[in-house]
Design a protein around this ligand. Structure first.
Ligand code: GLC
Length: 581
């Protein structure tokens, strides 16, 4: 029997037995903060297209999610974040919204949303919806009206229309590029067939940017927030929160920022006149005031690819959002020194503004960490992996991914999980190029695979059609061959499975109140070891190339079986109590 097996269940039973009494209502401000889910929650991201399909059309939907919520409650998460399910032509998988107050028929109806919410709440799960305020779909009724109206009209003033440069306006108004590659401007055609003005889209042509200088746009979004709050949504994840306000006059992007040798693509995504302008905070202050007029447990979470972390902290000042995704953490490779630095910097930046720190390793926009962490700490992160690329080493990737998830789940603050990571799913790295749906693929002239690899349907039951994703063989994007072995039913209740590890970690995290805890580094174990103490729990990860002695103490759990010789193997994380550090 492994050390892991002998100790986990005993300690676990004692802890969970004591847990009910420890969750009694908070009586001091500090206890109230510790019990505030907005500071400590583990949030599970559901990507509706590929989570569960109830009607067999190959696209996941809201009733499909509702039908599987029990599994998430069992997993032990506190909240679910739903990527967009609004009316949309799906040019960017729903991040192109045509109607912010309705559900797209491929996902269901508003009544289906209400049913999902009711079921989630009955299971004790909060529900965060995704708000996309930087741009709408070009099929939004206001954009259609803008196209039909004349330059200078109030209809055009809700978006960013400009005359082109050049003698006949044939050049885009400035040099900005779309995040999905290619120009950030598209020229319109006038009713008489002549070329017209240009409109800005930081993403796809079908995603025109709103003009947030326009009070009508601000009022409209407050009303959209109210719509979902009144329906009972627990809060919002705010898409590209750093882009709403652009620098006055829309100046050209300094080519040194874009092309400088020391700045990579991600750097370019975060620096420039379209990102992180100070006045964007006015918007979030007004949203926060609205949320505060509801029950005091609604949340705003910023998706803001902003650096340095001190700038990101501006989004979570006391009168703005409650949390911001920590993409610095996601982008830090598997290396002790780098991770220690990022963790320190994240905690310090958030402490300055009194906000909780968040942690995340995977989402629908990046290569899953199982398929990423086999890479070294240096070098560019691929935007998708194609069949002809060097293929990830799954075993190494999984081992590091489990170790890295266990390291993350011990940290104080909130943690975000992306659907399927609890199964150890890799990206689909041999997807047929003809099946790609991400606009990055064609906008990059077929050079960047984009994000489809992390968006394939989840495997639920190995023997069922579509591996249980749908009541048919239709799965939208195909699942990779490895999916059947990783299906949830193959892992449930199996000691040592990835699912088992996540489930145990989440239960222990809750029992030891790690989310509300604190972090103290342990010293003297070597440069390649990360060790920290959070309350009663000590977390140690070995990121070196040799086994190291495990601190003495009682092992709660580990990301892989531990040998009997008292060492911590390479690429393994262990949680201990009563550790001698
Ligand atoms: C965010 C979303 C991403 C989307 C983009 C445009 O980064 O996470 O999926 O493509 O915004 O809305």
């Amino acid at each position: 029997m492994s050390i892991e097996e002998t100790t986990t269940s005993e300690i676990f039973d004692q802890l969970t037995a004591g847990f009910a009494s420890s969750t009694a209502a908070a009586s001091t401000p500090a206890e109230a903060a510790a019990d505030d889910w907005r500071r400590t929650a583990v949030v599970y991201q559901v990507y509706p297209r590929s989570f569960a399909d109830s009607n067999g059309d190959g696209v996941g939907d809201l009733p499909g999610i509702t039908g599987r919520l029990d599994a998430l409650a069992e997993l032990g998460v506190d909240a679910v974040w739903l990527s967009p399910f609004y009316t949309s032509p799906q040019a960017d998988a729903g991040y192109d919204v045509a109607d912010y107050r309705d559900v797209d028929p491929i996902f269901g109806t508003l009544a289906d949303f209400d049913a999902l919410l009711a079921k989630a709440h009955s299971l004790g799960l909060k529900v965060i919806v995704d708000l996309v305020p930087n741009h709408s779909s070009d099929e939004h009724v206001w954009f259609r009206a803008a196209l039909a109206a004349a330059p200078g009209s109030p209809e055009r003033a809700r978006y960013i229309f400009r005359d082109g440069r050049g003698e006949n306006g044939e050049l885009p108004p400035n040099n900005w590029e779309s995040c999905f590659r290619g120009p950030a401007w598209t020229r319109t055609t006038n009713a008489d067939g002549t070329p017209g003005q240009w409109y800005l889209h930081l993403f796809d042509t079908k995603q025109p940017d709103w003009d947030w200088e326009n009070p009508e746009v601000r009022a409209e979004f407050l009303s959209v927030l109210k719509f979902w709050l009144d329906r009972g949504a627990d809060g919002f994840r705010v898409d590209v929160a750093h882009s709403l306000i652009k620098a006055p006059g829309l100046p050209d992007l300094d080519p040194r920022v874009d092309d400088g040798p020391e700045v990579d693509t991600e750097g370019a995504f975060m620096t420039g006149p379209m990102w992180d302008q100070d006045r964007v905070h006015e918007v979030y202050q007004s949203w926060r005031a609205l949320l505060d007029s509801y029950t005091p447990d609604r949340i705003l979470v910023a998706e803001a690819w902003v650096q340095p972390l001190s700038r990101l902290a501006n989004y979570v000042r006391p009168d703005e959002m409650h949390q911001a995704f920590n993409f610095d953490y996601l982008e830090t490779g598997w290396g002790a020194a780098e991770l220690r630095r990022t963790i320190d910097a994240s905690m310090a930046a958030n402490q300055l503004v009194g906000a909780p720190t968040t942690w995340v390793l995977s989402n629908h926009d990046v290569v899953r960490h199982v398929s990423r962490l086999w890479l070294g700490t240096d070098g560019p992160r691929p935007n998708g992996i194609r069949a002809g690329d060097t293929q990830p080493d799954y075993e190494l990737g999984l081992r590091r991914a489990k170790a890295s998830s266990l390291l993350m789940l011990g940290l104080p603050g909130s943690a975000y999980l992306y659907q399927g990571e609890e199964l150890g799913l890799p990206d689909h790295t041999s997807l047929d190029d003809d099946l790609r749906q991400d606009p990055t693929w064609w906008r990059s002239q077929y050079t960047e695979a984009g994000r489809d690899g992390c968006r394939v349907p989840l495997p639920w039951e190995a023997g069922a059609p579509g591996l249980g994703f749908a009541p048919s063989e239709q799965t939208g994007l195909p699942q990779p061959d490895s999916s059947a072995d990783l299906a949830r039913d193959q892992q449930a209740g199996v000691d040592g499975s990835t699912l088992d590890m996540y489930q145990s970690a989440l239960a222990l995290r809750r029992a030891f109140k790690l989310g509300a805890g604190s972090l103290e580094w342990t010293a003297g174990r070597g440069a390649d070891i990360i060790g920290y103490v959070n309350g009663e729990v000590t977390v140690v990860s070995n990121m070196g190339d040799q086994p190291v002695p495990l601190p003495s103490g009682e092992v709660l759990m580990a990301s892989a079986d531990l040998p009997a010789d008292g060492t911590l193997p390479v690429d393994v994380t262990a949680w201990l109590v009563s550790a001698d550090i």
